[in-house]
Design a protein around this ligand. Structure first.
Ligand code: NAD
Length: 379
């Protein structure tokens, strides 16, 4: 979409909202009137790096239930460029210092935190305290303790919380979930999931800096493998054991390069995962009693591709995953529909991440997990 048509598009939204001005300050709850349900919710992106610029902002242009209303940036030079490109009024532009003033801005309903991992907790908590609903990028934080603090802040403020797990709104993922749930090919026996890419650029990037990332490939891509092992079995693991591989330690000085892990699920189901910053792999394979299903590629922005042992192609029209994800969360806020990636899901994955790091530290020891149904969303 050109800059001009983007501006026209956003202006139309603003006009639509003027008619709904009386709704400002109304609680976001189920059973709202039709007009309130039709109103697009305003999202402010915090952190205008590559994911915000390349995926989230473009995804919001065509979203049905939300739009890009504001920005929060530590780089003054980006303000003018984003204001022009997305028709964002100056009043909706914040920096990291004055961010808390967003509490007084009724045009912003949702704050989406897209900063380096170690900054998620601080900004999610500040957003909740400002009375805004929160989307927190993955991984949710750098520790389970931080996940708890985010969840508590959102509960205390009475705002909704979601993790930026775009795959949970993706039709390919949902087809895998359906095959598992409906036992189309019988029970699941084995799942294998790879999420890895070669990340050998600037050695000073924050992803390779433990203080900012909280870990390497496991924190960045490994959470996708954990997720797909779980939706590929429909249950949480009951234990995990893991191994770390380092082939160029002089480059991956501070963070993990490659990790494999084995998960045990209830009823003897076995899961395997591989994640790396030094290999390209992007596949989910689910082995059922009477067949299999595969997505390859499976964790990227799409178009994805899949097939089953019956020779059937899994195929859907391509849409921005980020648009669908943000629309799903806006619908959840407006109508009480399912939150496909609640905070508990992000916390559960961080419990598994910490167990994987513990297992590696203890020479591959099996670490038991007691997760029950935590973070399992019925869809
Ligand atoms: P990026 O490096 O492109 O952008 C990071 C942003 O944070 C920049 O705007 C930078 O200016 C800002 N920042 C503020 N303080 C910083 C500091 N001390 N060091 C470095 N940057 C700082 O990163 P990104 O790829 O946009 O990732 C941001 C978040 O989004 C991460 O949590 C990442 O895991 C997540 N992400 C998710 C997906 C997904 O598919 N869901 C994809 C990419 C990134």
């Amino acid at each position: 979409m050109s800059n001009i048509s983007r501006r026209t598009f956003n202006r139309k939204l603003t006009q639509g909202m003027a008619g709904s001005a009386l709704l400002a300050g109304m609680p976001w709850a189920c059973g709202m009137g039709e007009e309130a349900q039709e109103r697009k919710l305003g999202i402010a992106l915090v952190g205008l790096g590559s994911y915000s610029a390349g995926q989230l902002a473009p995804g919001l242009v065509n979203a049905k239930h939300c739009y890009l209303a504001g920005i929060v940036t530590g780089t003054p030079a980006k303000e003018k460029q984003w204001m022009e490109e997305y028709d964002i009024p100056k009043d909706n532009v914040y920096n990291y210092e004055n961010f808390d003033k967003i509490a007084n801005n009724d045009a912003i309903d949702i704050v989406y935190v897209v900063l380096p991992n170690s900054m998620h907790a601080e900004f999610c908590i500040r957003a909740a305290k400002a009375g805004k609903h929160v989307i927190c990028e993955k991984p949710m934080a750098v520790s389970v303790l931080e996940c708890d603090a985010i969840i508590e802040a959102c509960n205390a403020a009475g705002v909704k919380l979601s993790v930026g797990y775009r795959m949970q709104s993706d039709p390919y993922t949902n087809e895998i979930k359906r095959l598992v749930r409906e036992k189309t090919f019988g029970d699941v026996h084995y799942v294998s999931s790879d999420a890895a890419y070669i990340s050998r650029g600037n050695p000073d990037q924050w992803r390779l800096n433990y203080a900012l990332s909280g870990g390497g490939a496991l924190m960045n891509m490994g959470v996708y493998s954990i997720q797909s092992n779980i939706y590929g079995t429909g249950t949480n693991p009951i234990s995990v054991s893991a191994q770390e591989f380092s082939t160029i330690p002089e480059y991956f000085k501070d963070t993990d390069e490659s990790i494999t892990a084995q998960m045990q699920f209830p009823n003897g189901v076995v899961g395997h995962m591989f994640t790396s910053h030094n290999a390209n792999a992007n596949r989910l394979f689910v082995n059922f009693r009477r067949g299999w299903a595969e997505l390859n590629p499976c964790h990227s922005y799409g178009p994805l591709a899949g097939r089953t042992s019956e020779g059937k192609e899994i195929k859907y029209p391509h849409q921005s995953q980020q648009m669908v994800q943000m629309d799903d969360f806006a619908k959840h806020i407006k109508t009480g529909s399912t939150n496909f990636a609640p905070g508990e899901m992000g916390k559960r994955d961080m419990i598994i991440v910490e167990a994987i790091y513990q297992s590696i530290k203890e020479g591959g020891k099996t670490v038991p997990l007691d997760l029950g149904n935590m973070g399992i969303v019925k869809s």
